[in-house]
Design a protein around this ligand. Structure first.
Ligand code: ZN
Ligand code: ZN
Length: 183
């Protein structure tokens, strides 16, 4: 997907305004650009949408004590292939999370995000959040029968005469087929 060629990213938010009490909250709404090659198995017709709010959740006596939080929601529709039968599947994903915002993150934390020098890269966080929730593999239905590893027939639609072979070596073939799809 092409970049819009913007020089300054308005998805990087100066949170010091909230720490200093100048503004109570900052709201953002933008499309998430999908980096080329990052989600080869998933096709997005339209960029996922991000809604984010950075706000003072609890007031402290000075700026170091204010508890600033980020709530973010990403929604997107995509198509991908069933991991067993390769049929095209349409999926909808909605991910939301809330984090505390800190200017110095000492440890890796799931609860806090870092805003170095008061700058919070909301797009980067939204992207990470969304990508992490994309499923490793998708099935067209829970009991998808997949393709026959011998003749390749879609076993959801018909049967084939390879059945007896499948019990032995056939399963190995099926496993290889699945492994290939998962790569
Ligand atoms: Zn399937
Ligand atoms: Zn077959």
């Amino acid at each position: 997907m092409k970049s819009h060629g913007e020089t300054r990213k308005n998805t990087v938010v100066d949170v010091t305004k909230i720490y200093n009490g100048i503004v109570g909250e900052i709201n953002l709404s933008f499309s998430l650009e999908i980096e080329e090659g990052s989600t080869d198995d998933y096709v997005f017709e339209k960029a996922p949408q991000v809604k984010a709010k950075i706000f003072e959740k609890a007031r402290g006596r000075d700026e170091n004590e204010s508890y600033v939080a980020l709530s973010v929601e990403v929604t997107g529709d995509y198509t991908c292939q069933c991991a067993r039968c390769a049929k095209e599947v349409s999926e909808h994903l909605c991910v939301s999370a809330e984090y505390g915002v800190t200017r110095n993150l000492n440890d890796d934390s799931d609860e806090y995000v870092e805003a170095p020098e008061g700058l919070l890269d909301v797009e980067e966080l939204a992207r990470t959040l969304f990508y992490l929730e994309l499923p490793q593999r998708v099935l067209c239905k829970d009991d998808c029968q997949g393709l026959c590893p011998v003749c390749g027939v879609d076993l959801n639609l018909s049967t084939c005469s390879c059945k007896q072979v499948k019990k032995g070596k056939g399963l190995e073939g099926l496993k290889k087929l699945l492994d290939n799809y998962e790569e």
